[in-house]
Design a protein around this ligand. Structure first.
Ligand SMILES: NC(=O)c1ccc[n+]([C@@H]2O[C@H](COP(=O)([O-])OP(=O)(O)OC[C@H]3O[C@@H](n4cnc5c(N)ncnc54)[C@H](OP(=O)(O)O)[C@@H]3O)[C@@H](O)[C@H]2O)c1
Length: 253
């Protein structure tokens, strides 16, 4: 049967692949024929994700992306062991809830390092000779928080706005190399980050308001993975520099 989202033979690097949307994307990529390289810190959860992949040729690496200065050597090692990449998905990320009085530079930096600096640094390292194949597609998992402000969310929202801005810039800069760069911007999706949100502010007026505006309910990781694999595939060959909302109607209401 004709399949517009065929990833046969493609090698995709996925950060944050030990849980949530990264894990779901890795599983879906494998079902569509891709070889997947999973990255996160927790080895047990990485192995669990690996055991759910279809096909063979997959690999996982335990690495802490907050060590931004070590990413260059890490990517060099991954590429020397696995070969060039056809896709990169940055799903690694941390939530952050901090009022301004607690938002010292170190706290701001911690969120930016994982959610944003590592995204740009991995792309920089993948753009070296023999590290990527022509036609590569890059997808960052941003958030609708890049477009909506909220109290105590300065660090998180800034990290996602920075990702969106970089997607627009890098898409243009890397077009000559035949590399596309996009982001997806989910609203609330049922993962651990959502669980943290419920624990911190599930009963608040703010939370009730959000649930009302997100009128299709809370999304599932597969809702985001479906869009990511589309953007990774050649079916999306005319899409670059875009930030695609996956928000159950939230920004429209
Ligand atoms: N869930 C939502 O409602 C929602 C909405 C919009 C956007 N997002 C964004 O979507 C992305 C995925 O989130 P999720 O909801 O799927 O969350 P999740 O289930 O908590 O997954 C986060 C992933 O990031 C990895 N990670 C965290 N810190 C890391 C570090 N220092 N080094 C390497 N890996 C690290 C975690 O793995 P280890 O712990 O094993 O390292 C985990 O695999 C995040 O960027 C998040 O901001 C989430």
């Amino acid at each position: 049967m004709y399949n517009i989202v065929d990833l046969t033979g493609r090698q995709i690097l996925i950060t944050g692949a030990s849980s949530g949307m990264g894990r779901e994307t890795a599983i879906l990529c494998s079902k569509l024929g891709a070889k997947v390289v999973l990255v996160a810190r927790n080895e047990v959860r990485l192995q669990e994700a690996m055991s759910n992949l279809e096909g063979d040729g997959h690999a996982y690496y335990s690495f802490d992306l907050s060590k931004v200065d070590e990413i260059e050597d890490f990517i060099k090692m991954v590429v020397s062991e696995r070969g060039a990449m056809d896709g990169f998905v940055h799903s690694a990320g941390v939530g952050s809830t901090r009022p301004l009085k607690l938002l010292k530079p170190a706290a701001l930096r911690e969120v930016m390092e994982i959610n944003y600096f590592s995204f740009v640094e991995i792309i920089r390292c993948l753009m070296k000779k023999n590290a990527y194949n022509e036609g590569m597609s890059i997808v960052g998992i941003s958030s609708i928080s890049s477009k909506q402000g909220n109290q105590t969310k300065t660090a998180y929202c800034a990290s996602k706005s920075a990702m969106d801005a970089s997607v627009r810039c890098l898409a243009k800069e890397l077009a000559d190399k035949k590399v596309r760069v996009n982001a997806v911007n989910p609203a609330l999706i049922k993962t651990e980050i959502y669980q943290q949100f419920l624990n911190n502010s599930g009963e608040s007026e703010d939370a009730k308001n959000i649930m009302q505006r997100q009128y299709l309910g809370i999304g599932e990781p597969i809702d985001v993975a479906n869009m990511i694999v589309y953007l990774l595939s050649d079916a999306a060959k005319f899409i670059t520099g875009s930030c695609v909302d996956i928000d159950g109607g939230r920004l429209s209401s």
